[in-house]
Unconditional design. Structure first.
Length: 202
């Protein structure tokens, strides 16, 4: 992505986060809705493909695992709005011109909006901002930040505070310079995990 496009997407994410936060706060003030907070433990697989301004491409792939926390509020018994943060460790590696490429841990801050399909099934979309580092052997280690979006679903286990989740996300990382070569990566992650929820939305 160009720097202008990246800035536009960052502004769009910030605006979306502010809108969702405003909706959550206004609904809480009006209905005194209690937030439902949660912690999550996930594992998954990731694939990152990178383009360069000299026509070369590189990719990394591997497994990852992470933890996250978040809070949601329910509006009109169906609509769910919330925010989350997560941190993922990865074993990803790949190559560029025979040099090893490593993907480092990733953090994400995101807003999500979803719908209760039934009392035990939540479908949602998320939009947020992420950061990570990629390292090319013997050349450079550079930080990237970018826009993350995705879709997911959670399924409640009967008579417990536990939910199972499945989720796909894609992150468009901003272009960064590696020894004079501009690299623009994009990452796809498929994850599954367990969520434990605390409190109650009333």
């Amino acid at each position: 992505m160009t720097s202008r496009t990246t800035l536009a997407l960052q502004a769009a994410v910030a605006a979306a986060l502010l809108i969702i936060l405003g909706l959550v706060l206004s609904h809480q003030a009006k209905a005194q809705t209690l937030p439902l907070c949660y912690g999550e433990l996930t594992v998954g697989t990731n694939l990152t493909a990178a383009k360069t301004d000299v026509g070369l491409t590189a990719s990394t792939h591997g497994l990852q695992g992470g933890v996250g926390i978040g809070c949601d509020v329910m509006i009109d018994s169906k609509l769910v709005l919330g925010a989350l943060g997560r941190y993922d460790l990865t074993s990803s590696d790949g190559s560029l011109l025979g040099l090893k490429v490593d993907a480092k841990p990733t953090w994400t801050l995101a807003a999500r909006a979803g719908m209760m399909i039934n009392p035990s099934t939540l479908a949602y979309g998320l939009l947020g901002y992420s950061g990570t580092n990629f390292e090319i052997e013997s050349i450079a280690k550079t930080g990237h930040k970018g826009i993350t979006y995705g879709l997911g679903a959670e399924f409640k286990l009967d008579n417990t505070p536990l939910w199972l989740k499945a989720e796909w996300t894609r992150t468009h990382w901003g272009a960064e310079d590696y020894a004079g070569v501009k690299v623009t990566p994009a990452s796809d992650v498929i994850r599954a995990g367990v969520v434990i929820k605390f409190g109650a939305m009333k």
